[in-house]
Design a protein around this ligand. Structure first.
Ligand SMILES: [Zn+2]
Length: 246
């Protein structure tokens, strides 16, 4: 039997973000605090984290209020680790808030879906024109381990192909003492899974506001809802009050 894992939250940056970018075509004119995290999956074997994070400097000058929380090194030191200790980084997807610090991990392998990396190497013009100018440098030279579809990464840790937000976004299902926790592979907040009560007869959840393919993104949210005992939305700011899940 796989041993239970404990998910450690490592928040790096808080941002006041346009809410419709989380909740599809809803809440125009509103901003919502979101947090850029990395997640350490404490378990019996390899040192595995989810996502590589971003430094606050990259987010300045975009019109958002940006609040640095801690550096990557500070965050990892709180769980007794340094960048050189990380064996695997599971990349949920390659938007820059999830990969910008990838080159800080000297010996890590980066687990990515085939659909994600193939799209990145040959992107549709509408993405190619909007992604950061240094995007290819951010992913260039990384030691990728490419997976295809749902895949077990280690006992008790599985990735689930949940595309739509990006071409090959993957969510991470982790066996914990509370059951299966799923860190979503798409940028969202708790409200995506809990729309306001007055809307719930009509809307069971909000599709992420940023996406390549809306129906696929919708199906991916539905899938996470169905499979998770505990949903961990990738950018939920309320989670900063917790050190670990469960
Ligand atoms: Zn994101």
């Amino acid at each position: 039997m796989a041993k239970d894992h404990v998910i450690h939250l490592i928040p790096l940056v808080k941002i006041d973000f346009p809410k419709p970018k989380m909740t599809y075509l809803s809440n125009f004119g509103q901003t919502v605090p979101i947090v850029s995290y990395i997640w350490y999956l404490e378990g019996p074997r390899e040192n595995i984290i989810v996502d590589a994070g971003i430094a606050p400097e990259r987010l300045l000058g975009r019109g958002y209020k940006v609040e640095p929380m801690q550096s990557l090194d500070q965050g990892l030191s709180k769980v007794g680790l340094g960048v050189g200790d990380i064996d695997f980084v599971i990349l949920t997807h390659t938007h820059h808030d999830h990969i910008a610090l990838a080159h800080k991990f000297p010996k890590a392998k980066f687990i990515i879906q085939r659909a994600e990396i193939e799209f990145d190497r040959n992107p549709h013009p509408f993405i190619a024109e909007t992604r950061p100018a240094d995007f290819m440098e951010l992913i260039g030279g990384l030691d990728f381990e490419v997976v295809e579809g749902d895949t077990e990464i280690s006992a008790g840790i599985r990735v689930l192909l949940t595309p739509g937000h990006s071409a090959g976004a993957q969510s991470v299902a982790i066996k914990t003492a509370q059951g299966t926790a799923i860190i979503t592979g798409f940028c969202c907040i708790q409200e995506n899974f809990e729309p306001p009560a007055e809307l719930r007869e009509r809307i069971s959840f909000y599709t992420p506001g940023i996406h390549l393919n809306v129906p696929q993104a919708y199906e991916s949210v539905a899938r996470v809802r169905e499979l998770a005992d505990l949903i961990v939305p990738l950018h939920e700011a309320e989670l900063v009050h917790k050190a670990t899940i469960p």
